[in-house]
Write a protein of this length. Structure first.
Length: 645
């Protein structure tokens, strides 16, 4: 059962039938709700496993461009079914006015009235309604399925794409934008696929059918009506489309500005208050909101002109029909029944136009969403897998940096000429001032980035030429802020080694010294932790992250030490845990505390993107250089408190 799916409190799926009563303090599902949740789970249908294959897209290879056409044509069967039902529903109901005209002409005009014909017409009318409604029902059902399928594919496609992107894509500010792509943009499309397309098709087809029937019934009158009505309608529609596009752009920009201003004011609330900026803030916000209001008024006005305008054209058309058609009836060139049918058809011809006005906005937002999603899907990972990448064989763990230069922006180097070899099984601590480039060097080992020049190799294999999967399956990474997913402790620990047995998990827990915590929990390693482990202390989260790395048995471990101040007891625990985890592994430690650095086999001092000293703690102290100075300051500041230098 899944990682990160749903709220942490809801994670009971896949568990033993006995169920997990709660989790950590305040975690899991409240006991009073447990029965309800179980009932809900029992009634849930089994969803088949999704057959989604994940693969990296090699450098230079383009993914298929996103388009609505491609998305829907993937479901050919449902699309064809839907089209057939649309056709049936829109064509068959157009028999109504014809039947009315026929009944008038053939059963009601002259006595004796032929009531049998009238009855047949009524029966046919009713039959037509039944078939038409049936087709509409079937069509709505099919396009619902089509929309659900398309949205499912799109969600997976966007999500898989996000998984492929490089790490620096995911910044805090982007998270909001990405969430909106995954929610409102995809929902806009759902609206469009589910109702929009079918509705546009129905309305277009209805209008076409009506025109054909009118021509078949009396081509002179049909030609006259069309000539009188359609050009005016066309001119108005073109104007409407242009004006409405412009209005929609204004609304979209308007709401974006409102949200941006709102978010800035909320985030900067403290600064705003501290500098007495409230009044100016209100003035700015009033302007932004005012523009949004104007944009809405503008679109409202356009709709107000177009709707009644088309109605007026329709009524003028009817007047013309009455005059010309009436004369034709008087001269015996047209039967009254056909004239009545024409009136009904003309009405029906205008009905879809009103609907199109309402749906035009949904078409536009759907189109805008497609463009935005396409933009997201076309974002290329900064670190692509090489087209001819090979699997990294089982490694012993020798890491070599050769003449490595690197800049997040290649014009602006952060690392300069780094040369370093880390031997198999050796632990190396990077120390140095903040911003010196320690984490950046570690990121090159895990290939979150590629060097701008030079190479980073493991066992002589340039990381640029190996597959991500083979590399990362042999690497362990413990980040500064360990992330715990919604799920049990065991789920979290076996993240990188899903086949680990309970014994192995318990062993890992013991090795990092977490057995006390686990023993205290109601269900041991099967206890559910809150999303992101909020119910655990910082030290416990660190230890869990170490246990997770331990369980994966990586040959190479990259560990970014937590900077948060831990209490002395937790720190001692973590140091012991580190000893257990680092045993016999090549380890790169980004050490924020010299007490950690001291325990490493070698220490690398990084300053302004270059390595200035390398050696063991004792050697470097003896050298009396940068490290010795740092160490001295640290001792003076109070090593006993474990403060970072
Ligand atoms: P350290 O780990 O030694 O504190 P880093 O390796 O994190 O330093 O940072 C080295 C330099 O690179 C800093 O000047 C920092 O501002 C810059 N930097 C770090 N991460 C990024 C990033 N994602 N994009 C651009 N610059 C970055």
């Amino acid at each position: 059962m899944g990682w990160g799916g749903g709220g942490g409190g809801m994670m009971v799926g896949g568990g033993p039938p006995g169920g997990r009563v709660g989790g950590l303090p305040f975690g899991g599902i409240p006991t009073e709700l447990l029965d309800g949740v179980r009932r809900l789970q029992a009634s849930e249908p089994d969803h088949p496993k999704s057959a989604v294959a994940f693969h990296q897209i090699p450098a230079g290879q383009e993914a298929e461009q996103l388009s609505l056409f491609r998305l829907v044509t993937h479901y050919k069967r449902w699309l064809i079914e839907s089209a057939i039902f649309v056709a049936i529903a829109s064509i068959i109901v157009q028999a109504g006015p014809w039947l009315t005209g026929y009944a008038i002409d053939h059963s009601l005009r002259h006595a004796p009235y032929h009531l049998d014909i009238l009855i047949w017409c009524v029966v046919a009318y009713a039959g037509m309604i039944v078939i038409g409604s049936g087709a509409q029902w079937a069509q709505a059902r099919t396009s619902g399925r089509l929309a659900a399928g398309v949205m499912h594919d799109l969600r997976i496609r966007v999500f898989a794409h996000l998984q492929r992107l490089s790490l620096d894509f995911f910044t805090e500010e982007k998270a909001g934008v990405l969430m909106s792509r995954m929610t409102s943009d995809i929902e806009n499309l759902q609206q469009l696929v589910q109702d929009g397309i079918a509705s546009f098709a129905t309305q277009g087809l209805t209008m076409a059918t009506i025109v054909i029937i009118m021509f078949l019934q009396c081509w002179q009158l049909a030609a006259l009506t069309i000539v009188a009505v359609v050009p005016a309608l066309l001119v108005m529609s073109i104007w409407f489309q242009k004006a409405s596009d412009h209005g929609y752009d204004r609304i979209r920009d308007g709401i974006a500005d409102v949200l941006a201003d709102l978010s800035e004011s909320l985030h900067g609330a403290r600064i705003v208050t501290a500098h007495n900026r409230q009044r100016q803030n209100i003035v700015v916000h009033r302007e932004v909101v005012g523009e949004y209001r104007n944009a809405n008024i503008y679109t409202g006005t356009i709709n107000a002109i177009y709707g009644p305008g088309t109605l007026a054209i329709g009524i003028l058309g009817q007047a013309l029909l009455l005059g010309v058609g009436g004369l034709m009836v008087a001269h015996g060139n047209l039967s009254p029944g056909v004239l009545v049918a024409f009136f009904l058809y003309l009405n029906r011809f205008f009905a879809p136009i009103q609907l199109l006005v309402q749906q035009y906005n949904s078409l536009q937002s759907g189109r805008a969403s497609i463009t935005k999603l396409r933009g997201l899907l076309e974002t290329q990972p900064d670190v692509p897998e090489a087209a001819n990448a090979v699997d990294l064989p089982v490694i012993v763990g020798r890491i070599t940096f050769t003449n490595v230069d690197f800049g997040y922006d290649p014009q602006n180097l952060v690392l300069h000429g780094v040369n370093l070899t880390i031997e198999p099984g050796e632990s190396v601590a990077f120390v140095g001032p903040t911003g010196a480039g320690k984490s950046t060097m570690a990121k090159l080992v895990t290939r979150f980035y590629d060097p701008t020049s030079g190479s980073v190799c493991i066992d002589g294999h340039d990381l640029k030429n190996v597959t991500f999967h083979s590399l990362r399956s042999q690497l362990g990474v413990v980040p500064q802020e360990p992330f715990l997913f919604a799920g049990t402790i065991k789920d979290n620990l076996t993240f990188a080694n899903p086949d680990a047995s309970d014994d192995e998990v318990n062993d890992a827990v013991r090795r990092v010294g977490l057995e006390d915590l686990v023993d205290r929990l109601p269900e041991g390693i099967n206890t559910v932790v809150h999303e992101r482990g909020q119910s655990l202390s910082a030290g416990e989260r660190q230890l869990l992250a170490l246990a997770r790395a331990f369980l994966a048995h990586p040959r190479v471990l990259v560990l970014d030490e937590a900077t948060s101040n831990l209490d002395l007891q937790s720190e001692t625990k973590i140091e012991h845990a580190l000893d257990a985890v680092l045993e016999n592994r090549t380890a790169v430690l980004i050490a924020h505390r010299l007490s950690t650095a001291k325990r490493a086999d070698r220490i690398v001092v990084v300053e302004r993107g270059t390595i200035v000293e390398v050696g063991s703690h004792d050697d470097l102290i003896a050298q009396g250089g940068a490290y010795a100075a740092m160490y001295e300051t640290w001792i003076r500041q109070g090593a006993a408190e474990g403060l970072a230098p």
